[in-house]
Design a protein around this ligand. Structure first.
Ligand code: IPE
Ligand code: IPE
Ligand code: MG
Length: 256
């Protein structure tokens, strides 16, 4: 029994495999405290460290964090610059820890829009953690799900043009291999903080059968205890995938 699961009263057999989080509410957190918005983003990074460490400890296989959307480039230059500065600081500071904790690091999204030095920091960390076998930590940066799907379509069209595959070969597995999340376990838990009930162009394909959770907490206030509460709720949900409750109960009995 994993000691962290025991400590937090979580059933290790019922944990989600892959959690995706829209970390929203940094700006409102700062404004409420009469601080500049960047102070909220700074506090948000601390939560990233806490939540990442916790998920790794309890044995979550993949954690995808929405840090900066493709649409967020539209924010004031000063805020975008501040967030990029925090990103540099985070990767530099966490590089060794992520590597030593056996975490596999990956960035998803359209990284061509990021500055060259940030791309280099990301690529170095991805490279240095490529043989790690622990949790996948996936940061969505300059990410939009529609853009990701279009990139996948372009890759497939290219494969068809090169006669590597025929159009009829294209099934869900082949499509998923062309997404930025290829190789990650199926997303089964989605969380958005800050009380907003929307998906904001996050993992649209991958969300197909995820369980959705919306927290009223602003991201800088979203601590381990709040995540544990939601994971406990997740473990109580019956995931039916189109089947009946009776069918699911039989399947569960057989697997024990
Ligand atoms: C989420 O917090 C972080 C980013 C989008 C970069 P926000 O900055 O969106 O915070 P609110 O929604 O304005 O409170
Ligand atoms: C979504 O939050 C993106 C991130 C959390 C990084 P936003 O705050 O940008 O989303 P909208 O604009 O309210 O939908
Ligand atoms: Mg927001």
């Amino acid at each position: 029994m994993n000691k962290y699961c025991e400590q937090w009263d979580l059933n290790p057999l019922k944990l989600p495999q892959h959690i995706g989080i829209v970390m929203d509410g940094n700006g409102r957190w700062a404004t409420k405290k009469h601080l500049p918005r960047i102070a909220g983003h700074r506090k948000g990074v601390e939560r990233v460290q806490e939540i990442t460490e916790f998920c790794g400890n309890i044995g979550i296989q993949a954690l995808t964090l929405f840090a900066f959307s493709d649409e967020n480039w539209r924010r004031p230059e000063e805020e975008v610059g501040g967030i990029m500065g925090l990103l540099r600081w985070y990767i530099r500071k966490e590089h060794a820890r992520i590597k030593e904790n056996n975490v596999q690091f990956r960035v998803i999204g359209d990284r061509r829009k990021l500055s060259v030095d940030i791309i280099e920091l990301i690529e170095n960390l991805e490279h240095d953690t490529r043989f790690n076998t622990g949790m996948h930590l996936c940061i969505a940066l300059s990410y939009g799900a529609r853009g990701e799907i279009l990139r996948a379509v372009r890759k497939l069209v290219e494969k068809v043009n090169q006669k590597e595959i025929y159009p009829n070969d294209i099934d869900e597995n082949i499509f998923e291999e062309c997404l930025d999340t290829q190789g990650l376990p199926q997303l089964d838990m989605f969380i958005r903080t800050s009380g907003e009930i929307r998906v904001s162009n996050f993992l649209l394909w991958q969300l197909a059968y995820a369980e959705l959770f919306f927290s009223e907490s602003l991201w800088p206030d979203f601590d381990t205890k709040k995540l544990v509460d939601l994971i406990q709720q997740f473990t109580l949900r019956e995931r039916r995938f189109g089947m009946t409750s009776e069918q699911i109960k039989k399947i569960n009995q057989k697997s024990f």
